[in-house]
Design a protein around this ligand. Structure first.
Ligand SMILES: Nc1nc2c(c(=O)[nH]1)N[C@H]1C(S)=C(S)[C@@H](COP(=O)(O)OP(=O)(O)OC[C@H]3O[C@@H](n4cnc5c(N)ncnc54)[C@H](O)[C@@H]3O)O[C@H]1N2
Ligand code: MOO
Length: 418
């Protein structure tokens, strides 16, 4: 009997006939629908709340501003002033921020006011001090001036009782200013998501250790751990494990005890040593996703002792792309956040490329001179290209011939940060 070789494939990403490759958007929609927050909730003071995920909506306890006040240093009086020259006598005293004033300002009088001061009774309009001549207990200025000029209405920004922030929001420094201004001193937030990272593969050695022929330094773990920290989660370093099924099972169990999510890299596809997918399959809670995606085709998703596992492909470029496109929004949702959409914009291409139909592609890219250029090689092990890149070009599932000057979607890495 003659052994017939398989037909030659010069493109390892060609889509086999009859096999269903899950489109990226379909895969993301499934994750979005099925995942929910897994972290518990604690109350923290504002000073500890930046970068945390809000667990309950926040209502303003006080209006901002709480009372009408002046927006400038100047002189306050009642009502609009028509065009022409005006001279007003000054009332005694002045209104300054934070100081209650009992000054009485009668109709036709003005009073000295300083920025932020509550408007005294009888004052609803302010003229800027630069527009005034002062002398002899009176001020002179030119109209016209509208009623309410240079003042801020009570509650013009926020009214007490109004919802100011919704649950699921990642709190920013500005959010904390808003809370504080409206009388909110502490907030209910989710505990940080703990994310364990485990590298798999007999070939892996630690950076700094001697490497034998055939061995390579573990590049994925330090990348994934630091990315998790950038996303605002707590990284848990579980080291590396050899291509040994029982050892891997023990380490996954350790990971499940220490973390809310597990990211593994390597062993995701269906080869002889691809134990991540085979263990998850045996546990009965595994989906091997064959994604219509380049790079990052195999992604093993499963549960190990009820903890979600993202079995990322071993090739570093694929591990990074899968982390940004799938693991990041999934982890955001698990951490209590709203589902974050990748932020991108259209830029003119500085390159030419013929793209095949049927899969989404991400190219390592960066913007120079207003155009987006892509890394010279699409090889999934070319780590230098990851470091060269400042973002990804996203090419949609259809066929496309991109020519220099055509618009393509650019997703800056900064848009993926927490
Ligand atoms: N017959 C087929 N072979 C492969 C296919 C396929 O469809 N049919 N897909 C290829 C693609 S695409 C990818 S991606 C990889 C994914 O495989 P695994 O997730 O099982 O990854 P490994 O085989 O363990 O490793 C792939 C590659 O990456 C290197 N690696 C692994 N971990 C690390 C690490 N922590 N730091 C640096 N480099 C790492 C590993 O040495 C391999 O070179 O499968 C293809 N094969
Ligand atoms: O696409 Mo694999 O997922 O090249 O690295």
């Amino acid at each position: 009997m003659t052994l017939k070789p398989p037909p030659l494939r010069n493109d390892c990403f060609a889509l086999p006939a009859g096999v269903h490759w899950t489109p990226v958007d379909e895969a993301l929609t499934l994750l979005q629908q099925r995942l929910h927050p897994v972290t518990s909730v604690e109350t923290v003071p504002l000073a500890q709340a930046v970068g945390r995920v809000l667990a309950e909506p926040i209502t303003a306890l006080r209006s901002n501003p709480p009372q009408p006040n002046t927006a400038v240093d100047g002189y306050g009086f009642a009502g609009a002033m028509p065009a022409g020259e005006h001279v007003l006598p000054l009332a005694d005293g002045r209104a300054a921020a934070g100081v209650a004033t009992d000054a009485v300002v009668s109709k036709g009088q003005a009073i000295r006011v300083l920025t932020g001061a509550a408007l005294p009774d009888g004052v609803d309009t302010v003229i800027l001090e630069e527009d005034v001549t002062l002398g002899d207990g009176q001020i002179a200025f030119r109209g016209p001036l509208k009623q309410g000029a240079n003042t801020r209405r009570a509650g013009e920004d926020v009214i007490a009782g109004q919802e100011i922030l919704t649950a699921g929001r990642l709190l920013t420094p500005a959010d904390l200013a808003l809370c504080s201004a409206t009388g909110v001193a502490e907030v209910a937030v989710h505990q940080r998501l703990r994310v364990a990272v485990l590298s798999t593969g007999d070939e892996l050695v630690e950076p700094g250790d001697p490497a034998e022929p055939g061995q390579i330094y573990d590049a994925n773990r330090v990348m994934l751990l630091s990315m998790i920290a950038q996303f605002g989660h707590t990284p848990v370093d579980l080291g590396k494990v050899r291509d040994n099924k029982s050892e891997l099972a023990v380490r996954l169990t350790e990971a499940a005890a220490a973390a809310d999510v597990i990211l593994t890299s390597g062993g995701a596809s269906a080869g002889d040593e691809d134990h991540v997918s085979s263990l998850l399959r045996e546990a009965g809670a595994m989906q091997l996703w064959r994604l219509a995606l380049k790079p990052g085709r195999p992604l093993a998703l499963g549960l190990w002792e009820d903890v979600p596992v993202f079995g990322l492909p071993g090739n570093p470029v694929a591990a990074l792309v899968c982390s940004l496109i799938f693991a990041r929004p999934a982890m955001a949702r698990l951490s209590g956040r709203d589902w974050p959409e990748a932020q991108g914009f259209d830029v003119a291409a500085a390159f030419e490329k013929r793209k095949k139909p049927g899969r989404r592609e991400y190219l390592r890219a960066r913007i120079r001179d207003g155009r987006v250029e892509v890394f010279g090689s699409e090889g999934s092990g070319r780590i230098s290209g990851l470091s060269w890149a400042e973002g990804l070009v996203e090419l949609d599932d259809g066929e496309r011939h991109i020519k220099p000057g055509d618009l393509v979607r650019f997703l800056p890495f900064s848009g993926f940060a927490a």
